[in-house]
Structures are given as C-alpha cells and as structure tokens.
Design a binder for this molecule. Sequence first.
Ligand code: FMN
Length: 325
Amino acid sequence: MNPIAAILAEAPVVLAPMEDVTDAAFRRVARGLGAALCVTEFIRAEQVIAGAALARRKAALATDDRPTAIQIYGADAGLLMEAAVIAARARPSFLDLNCGCWLPRVARGGAGAGWLRDPAAMVAMVRRVVAAVDLPVTVKTRIGVGPESAMPIVDLARRLEDAGAAALTIHCRTAHAGHDGAADWGWARRAREVVAIPVVVNGDVRDADDAVRALAETGCAGVMIGRAAIQHPWIFAEARARLAGAPPPPPPDDSERARVYAALLDANVAARGERWGVQVTRRHLPLLGPLAARLRARLLAAPTRAATREVLAGADGPAPAAATA
Ligand SMILES: Cc1cc2nc3c(=O)[nH]c(=O)nc-3n(C[C@H](O)[C@H](O)[C@H](O)COP(=O)(O)O)c2cc1C
C-alpha cells in the first residue's frame, strides 16, 4: 500500500506546514490532539545544503515526531535534489516539495507557487527529486496561478503521479488569491478522480464539520488543516470523533487551554532556551481563546518559564472584575 495512504487510512487529518507555527513543539501538541500526520515548516533548499543552524533545527525530528514529513522549497531542481538527499538523512516519513507558496519573496524567483508558471519544469523537477532519494516524495501545490479558467491542476496531478509523486496536497486556491476568497474544493475532487495516489484537500477548513464535509465532497484521502489549528488544535480530535461517529470531545475549558499552552512552553524552552522559548510560545496566545484577553498582558510581561507558568496557574481563578469608569 502507498505509505501515505496507509497513514491516512488510520485517520485522514493532517496538520498543514506553517512557517513559525508548526515547529516540533506545535507538532507534538497537534499530534497529541489527534493530528495523524504533520509536516514541518518549509525549509529553503539552499539553507539545507549550507547546513544553516535554522535549517538544521527545522529539519530535526525527535524519535516520537512521526509520522512527519520534511518540507523543502527552492527554485532550482538541482539544489532541491541535493537538499532532498540531506533532508532524507533525518529519516522523515517522507519529503514534501512546496510548490504552492504564493509569497512574492518565494514565488517571484520561481520557488513555491512559482513552479506553477511552468508545469513541465515542475514535473521534471519532481521526477529528479524522486529519483534522488529512497523516501516517498510528495508535492503540495495550488490549483494554478490564475485565472480559474486556466487551471492546470487536474492534468498536473496526472503528470506528477507519473513523475513518481507519492501523494499530492492541493490548496484549492490560485497563487494570485493568496489566502483571499473561498477555496474551491471541487478542484481537489477533480484531481483526485484522475489519479491513484492519495490527494489531500486543503483550504478553508475552519472546524470539524468542514473537515468532514471536505472529505465527503472530494473523496480525498485526507484533509489538511492550517489556520484553524493555530487557534484551535483540538480540531483534530473533534474531526476524528465526527468521522468515527463518536460523540464530540468536550470543548476545551480554561484549564485544558492552559495545559496546552504550558506544554508548548516547556517544549519551546527545552528546544530554544528560556528567553527565546518563552517569547516564541507567545505566538500561540490565540489558542488560549477567551482566556487570552484575561492573561495576555501578564503573559507578555512574564520573562521566564516559571513566571509564565505562574500566570497560567491563575487561569482557573475568577476573571478579574471589569474596570469601572
Ligand atoms: C502562518 C502560515 C504559514 C504558512 N507556511 C507554510 C509553509 O511553510 N509551507 C506550506 O506549504 N504552506 C504554508 N502555509 C500555507 C498552509 O499550509 C495552508 O496551505 C493554507 O494556510 C491554507 O489552509 P488553511 O485554510 O487551513 O489555513 C502557511 C500558512 C500560514 C497561515
């Protein structure tokens, strides 16, 4: 069986790669809350090859950080091959090639969604990377550059399968759309219909109901969740319960939210040292939900792990009285 299909058959919910979000600490939390498969933040091929400290940290996988794919990006097929060989040494579950990033700093030079401007070159690049490593290679891309009338994705899916891609994630927007406008999951369905490899649908999955609907409407092997998981990583457990026909897990209360924030804090401090770890964890304030308004100022001011934990320990206490005019 296709190795990615096997993972998704267990549970079809995937944590999207997100720069500055889906690091080892967040992957651990997401996996603990039901994400069946994780993908690292994207890592520039040139930085992998140079052995840059940041690239090494992003590509480092703990033994329990599985199944996780390492995602790389770049504009040059030769460099991507070289980077793939190096990244494969970390023994990720597979390698993912980013052909979907729309950010001008990435796509303008031909990396990320830049590949969509030349589908033939993209297919040739994927073929070379597949031949260079002994791991499955997958591709994450968008439906096309724009406009919607000229979408290459269905034909491209067929050609990427032929080039040896082991699976395909489709962010159902054009590169021009960035994150604007509604994602059209119909493209993932149409692409899925023409290939045998697993297709993962991505874009605009905001809650567990959306995840179930995206899978049902597309027949895809998996659904990838990005922004919704930043605010609400419990979405994975909720989607899995819905898919299994089980009762939904209870919504996270304050102490559960504080527990998850504390878990991120501990993992970030362990990986990055106290000062940076405490700072980086503040990116995850949104997952505190209603608690964030109450604790935000004190969490931003807390300089150490102990001080942050002390603030969190007060999370169960009564909300401070509203200021009177
Ligand atoms: C903060 C942020 C960082 C992202 N970084 C990456 C990345 O490193 N690699 C990638 O393939 N996509 C990246 N994406 C795109 C997401 O993986 C995903 O395709 C997109 O957000 C649409 O899914 P969503 O509607 O569930 O968020 C990023 C998105 C966000 C919001």
